[in-house]
Ligand binder design. Structure first.
Ligand SMILES: Cc1ncc(COP(=O)(O)O)c(C=O)c1O
Length: 489
């Protein structure tokens, strides 16, 4: 029997078949393009390079060493087999105490030990994805809204809205002041919601920012605290990129702000979402955390945590790894050092061909400025350019519109999910592309050549890429493997 969409809709629930998942956006289309033609240095050197996945793969050598040196922690080893039964049977839904202690300590370490976290307030969930949904379930009812500064991580539309019926209302941030979040923008978004009779239950911030790679400064954080206290709404801080900060200024957590003298804050309104997906590079382990200063939220979230528990085997391994102070210190320092180096290589490489990016010092990505390549400042023109980048240049970068950016022409470029050789291939492709773009602009400055003849650009690009793709330039190494279906990033 053939199922078409309409009879599927009759058979399934409305909530399951509404398009709240947002799967049909360019953000997810880019992954599909990558999955159908993934780059490989020898098997598919013309394939799409995945630069739309915020994964931290630069320190797996350190992890691997630790795993080899600590075989007991993995349980399914000769050294760990004695623990197997205890790990395999039902455990306390609150999580292993040693796991919660280790996470609390790690969260403090990542914040320079300037704050401490109470292990009793740590609630587990399936990644930050599960943690966000859990937060929204605890704080808001169907139809209520959260304010979210733009540009923001596209997964929020799915994670916070899809199954809860909660709305996200954008707070506009502009390139003219480096996408800084302002009090005026917050007030404006809040006022608009009131006018539309929408109940605002909270403000969700991501610090460090995905997609910008920038940090919120102390003054802005204090402004946010006074804003949410004045309005009596919640502040949910997604701090999952806390340890990806690779240069100054350093990261300031909301946890530090609320303990500062002179900062008046009702702590019942403050919640942190964390995970090990980015800082440790373990998205596959699905370790997500809700850390709330509100006892009611902690209790409520605990009851819900059985829907998204972290497996006990993972808890056991993580508890052991994160309790190793020497390893943790070394990992955090090395990870930052390698992210810094990679970020610099990429952004400098692009600057050499005239591509700018927003100044940033955190995250696994940067925010690339291709506004000057747009025929006109519209989302349609941005999407058309994105199609060329993915189809002809064969790079999966993510267009700003999928992050709800109000200004067309910005793209998020992920740089930590590939090896050095793949990075060089990506840079070379962008350079070839820009050579053609720049040439087109010289010969027809008034009308941008690239848009008038997409085919011509595509053919010229391929010719140039062929010339540059001499065999000795091909990487002998395999790129980081391509999982066919990656749930998110
Ligand atoms: C800001 C932000 N929050 C949450 C998530 C989801 O993280 P997790 O893999 O831990 O569910 C991501 C993933 O990219 C993210 O960038």
């Amino acid at each position: 029997m053939v199922f078409n969409l309409s009879n599927q809709k009759q058979l399934l629930s409305k909530i399951a078949t509404n398009n709240g998942h947002g799967e049909d956006s360019p953000y997810f289309d880019g992954w599909k393009a990558y999955d159908s033609d993934p780059y490989h240095p020898t098997h598919n050197p013309r394939g799409v390079i995945q630069m739309g996945l915020a994964e931290n793969e630069l320190c797996f050598d350190l992890i691997q060493d630790w795993i080899v040196n600590n075989p007991k922690a993995s349980v399914c080893t000769a050294e760990g087999a004695n623990e197997f039964k205890d790990i395999a049977i039902y455990q306390d839904y609150h999580g292993l105490p040693e796991f919660r202690n280790a996470i609390a300590k790690f969260m403090g370490k990542v914040r320079g030990d300037r704050v401490t976290f109470n292990a009793d307030r740590i609630v587990m969930s399936g990644g930050a994805t599960g943690a966000h949904e859990m937060m929204v379930f605890c704080l808001a009812d169907r139809g209520d809204a959260f304010l979210v500064p733009t540009p923001y991580y596209p997964g929020f539309d799915r994670d916070l809205r899809w199954r809860t019926g909660v709305q996200l209302l954008p707070v506009g941030c502009e390139s003219s002041n480096n996408f800084k979040l302002t009090k005026e923008a917050l007030e404006m978004a809040y006022g608009k919601a009131l006018e539309a009779n929408i109940r605002v239950k909270g403000l969700l911030i991501t610090n460090p920012s995905n997609p910008l790679g920038t940090l919120l400064d102390t003054e802005t954080l204090k402004d946010l605290v006074s804003f949410i206290n004045e309005k009596k709404i919640h502040l949910v801080c997604d701090e999952i990129y806390a340890a990806t900060v690779f240069s100054q200024p350093g990261f300031v957590s909301i946890a530090e702000i609320i303990q500062e003298e002179g900062v008046e804050c009702n702590r019942d309104l403050i919640h942190i979402v964390y995970s090990l997906s980015k800082d440790m590079g373990f998205p596959g382990f699905r370790v997500g955390i809700v850390y709330s200063y509100n006892d009611g939220v902690v209790n409520c979230a605990r009851k819900m945590s059985s829907f998204g528990l972290v497996s006990t085997q993972t808890q056991y391994l993580i508890a052991s790894m994160l309790s190793d102070d020497i390893f943790v210190e070394k990992f955090i320092a090395k990870s930052a050092e390698r992210l810094d180096k990679r970020h610099e290589a990429f952004t400098k490489g692009l600057a050499q061909v005239g591509i700018g990016s927003l100044k940033s010092n955190a995250g696994l990505f940067f925010w690339m400025d291709l506004r000057r390549l747009l025929e006109e400042p519209t989302v349609e023109a941005e999407t058309a350019l994105w199609r060329i980048i993915i189809k002809d240049v064969k790079l999966n970068v993510s267009p700003g519109s999928s992050f709800h950016c109000s200004e067309p022409g910005w793209f998020r470029v992920c740089f930590a999910n590939m090896d050095d050789d793949t990075m060089k291939v990506a840079l070379r492709r962008i350079r070839s592309f820009m050579l053609i773009q720049n040439k087109g602009m010289e010969t027809a400055p008034a009308k941008r050549q690239c848009w008038r003849s997409k085919l011509q650009v595509s053919l010229s690009f391929r010719k140039l890429d062929d010339m540059m793709m001499t065999p000795h330039m091909m990487s002998p190494h395999s790129p980081i493997s391509s999982p066919l279906v990656r749930a998110r990033n």
